[in-house]
Design a protein around this ligand. Sequence first.
Ligand code: UDP
Ligand code: MG
Length: 334
Amino acid sequence: MISVVIPIYNEEEILSILHRAVSNAMNELDEAWEVVYVNDGSKDSSLDLLRQLQQSDPHVVVVDLSRNWGHMGAINAGLQTARGDAIVLMDGDLQDPPEVVPQLVDAWRNGAQVVTAVRRSRQESRKVLALLFPLFYKVLGAISDYPIPLNCGIFGLMDRQVLDSLHGLREGNRYLPGLRAWVGYRTAIVYYDRQDRVGGEGKLSFISRIKYAMDAITSFSYKPLRLSFVLAGLSFCAAAGFGLAAVASVMNGMFYALFATIFFMSSLPLLCIGVLGEYLGRVYDEVRARPLSIINRVYEAEEALAEESIRAEAEFTIANRKVDGKVGRMYPAA
Ligand code: UDP
Ligand code: MG
């Protein structure tokens, strides 16, 4: 079975269009499916509409949260409820087009355990966001300690095993596109064109976006903690430069010496902050307690032997077919 998980917050204008698009895409697949709508404390009639959808379509599962927990909270509740062997995650405003889901499923059927949907292009009517998104991905790409695919959101597919690995992580401040890459597994990428919202206003506040961006950066980079080391180094170099100038200059010696002292004195606390940062980073690692590695599969010797005997049997059959000429032993002559 394939589960589609969709967080919903005040989306009454578009729920019926959304469900039609999701059903059309899922019915194309020759597979059982469910769609888990997570009502994230909507204040409009979204919950009632979802319950109505459920009455006419048994594929619908509705998870109603106790209040508005935010995008990641809603997604997490949906992931815990989904029962599929593969789980597709997408937003509920049709910015992630359901027509792409069959491609994600194809990639999964071809052996990928994680399928990441990457934006080839993005329609964004909100001008500030249109500027900030590429900037965010540039910064994240530049400073991330682990290579995470850029220009992708939550849209994508995960195999059940990948989801179990994600559930095993303890950290609360989750940047899902990053963690989904971090857990590893065989990954495929599907490109798509991100549309503008089909109706209604964007539901994420600017503050929650900033928090999400900070989660992304702090979960995947030590570099901000090391900034003080860089500043301490620059300050120390400036101090050395002014020190040399003070020795060399007859006229302005005192002036340069004063600057050298200022820069030298400011490099010391920066250095100490850098050392604290190194310890803090390690404490952060210990608290998050990410596993040191994740096993995809253990290949047992018996399995290899079994595979070997199946292979040998197949070879034997083929060889016999060759010996018998046109008709092999599996197909006795008429
Ligand atoms: N959403 C949610 N809880 C929230 C805010 C948003 O479940 O507190 C849902 C929303 O209904 C949508 C998805 O998360 O399905 C993405 O939100 P939105 O489209 O507003 O984000 P944007 O596209 O503006 O980044
Ligand atoms: Mg959106």
